[in-house]
Design a protein around this ligand. Structure first.
Ligand code: FUB
Length: 447
């Protein structure tokens, strides 16, 4: 019966094309744990929803998990629901608290660890870690009938060391904890230990551990309310999976706009390291409906981590022939240009770039024109006065590839213009306003 329910849940498969941050834009997502499986990146996030129950209206609310995958970090596939609160025997089916998960592969099986509130009648109140097991990274996942004994708390994260020993970490009573897992990956092997070397409890709340190994060093990374404001991302390093660790610094500053949580994971993929994290891009007024992001991460020669500055451009290369959302810019002219939602009542409709001054500009990096040269650029715009835009490659003083005379038209319209110079290969685009007027731009694309 359990298997049948899981198979029924395992239905959706939707292709999304989102090149930039946030990279999932048709639903709220948070707490992204990224893993490299079968040559692709799989991301296992929490799935925030506006609460259907009154007592969680102002709090986190999650009823299920999706998994997403990508080969190029630009085109993401939503594999649909993999676990939901109604299909786990020990979980309160009305708890709406499926918090930050993780997934790890061992001997061809995929172990999805997730924290959830136990049914009152079974074990009592509180969150514990459950496991669901699959033969593929995208499921179908079969939830185990009981949570892992001894794992009261939230935010599980797993690690398999080079010698094959598996570990699990979580945020529990007494701080951030770690324990060995038995070979079956579903039971603790011994008592959990409090991880040593981290800031003391009276130095601010910590949660969301993510542990990885690089060049023989173990990195214990975690969100931390260091300055009594919102969570920043910090890390410690050590010589063994359970520590002790030594604090090294910060990976990302607090949110500039007050999103209280951050939660992250770090992977290496095709020779580049990446930080996956979240912010509340699609819900700026309510920070419990979050959205997941990616930016590149770099190490110093001594193994310490360089701080990551959050970007809207994110990672990956954008195909010139697809809609280029220039509002996810690499650089923005300081005056006469701003970004806003297309529809504040439906933020999932995305953003627009608003230009209103001679010299206003936006730069959007890493656009692939390939070798099959385009002849036109199409822009989706609206304008109350009309405006002239210039599109360049090679920066502010680079080559003009198109001049676009936006007609006065307050309705959104798509207009195509011939290219005066034909770009090839990967280019950074520079789009600027020339002269007076105004223009709102949804996207541009080349054909
Ligand atoms: O998503 C719910 C909770 O918020 C997570 O478990 C924490 O890490 C924080 O991101």
């Amino acid at each position: 019966m359990k298997k049948i329910i899981s198979l029924i849940l395992f239905t959706g498969l939707a292709a999304c094309v989102y090149a930039q941050n946030p990279f999932i834009r048709d639903q709220f997502t948070a707490d992204p744990t990224a893993r490299v499986f079968e040559g692709k990146v799989y991301v296992y996030p929490s799935h925030d929803i506006p609460s259907p129950v009154p007592h969680l209206k102002e709090w986190f609310c999650m009823a299920d998990y999706h998994v997403f995958s990508s080969e190029n970090l630009t085109d993401w596939t939503d594999h649909g629901v993999i676990v939901s609160q109604e299909n786990v025997p020990w979980v309160n089916p009305e708890g709406y608290s499926l918090w930050a998960p993780d997934c790890i592969e061992r001997n061809g099986k995929y172990y999805f660890y997730f924290p959830a509130p136990v049914k009152d009648t079974l074990i009592g109140r509180g969150m514990m870690t459950g496991v669901a097991i699959a033969d593929k990274p995208y499921g179908p996942f079969i939830p185990q009938p009981e949570p892992i004994k001894g794992t009261f708390g939230i935010d599980p994260c797993s690690l398999i060391d080079k010698d094959g020993q598996a570990y699990i970490y979580w945020a529990g009573f007494g701080g951030l904890l770690g324990a060995k897992l038995k070979d079956n990956m579903t039971e603790l092997d011994g008592n959990p230990v409090a991880v040593e070397g981290l800031p003391a409890p009276d130095q601010g709340m910590k949660e969301g551990p993510f542990v990885f190994e690089r060049n023989g060093k173990y990195y214990f990374t975690f969100p931390w309310v260091k300055n009594n404001t919102t969570e920043l991302l910090a890390y410690a390093m050590g010589d063994s999976p359970l520590g002790p660790f030594e604090m090294k610094g910060e990976i990302m500053d607090e949110s500039p706009t007050g999103c209280w949580t951050n939660h992250h994971s770090i992977i290496e993929y095709k020779g580049q390291w990446y930080l996956f994290y979240h912010h509340n891009d699609l819900s700026p007024k309510f920070d419990k409906n979050r959205s997941i992001r990616i930016d590149s991460l770099f190490f110093n020669p001594d193994g310490t981590i360089q701080k990551v500055m959050p970007t809207l451009r994110g990672v990956g290369i954008t195909d010139a022939r697809k809609e280029i959302q220039i509002d996810r810019y690499s650089r923005l002219g300081s005056t006469g240009v701003k970004i806003d939602f297309i529809d504040t009542a439906n933020t999932f409709a995305g953003w627009k770039t608003i230009m209103s001054e001679d010299g206003a500009y936006v730069q959007y990096n890493r656009v692939d024109f390939g070798n099959n040269v385009p002849k036109t650029v199409t822009v989706k715009t609206s304008s109350s006065m009309g405006a002239k835009l210039q599109i360049r490659t090679g920066g502010q003083n680079g080559t003009i590839i198109a001049e676009v005379n936006i007609p006065k038209n307050v309705q959104w319209a798509e207009t195509s213009y011939s290219l005066s110079n034909i770009p090839t290969g990967i280019q950074d685009l520079f789009i600027s306003q020339a002269g007076a007027g105004d223009a709102e731009i949804d996207w541009i694309k080349f054909q």
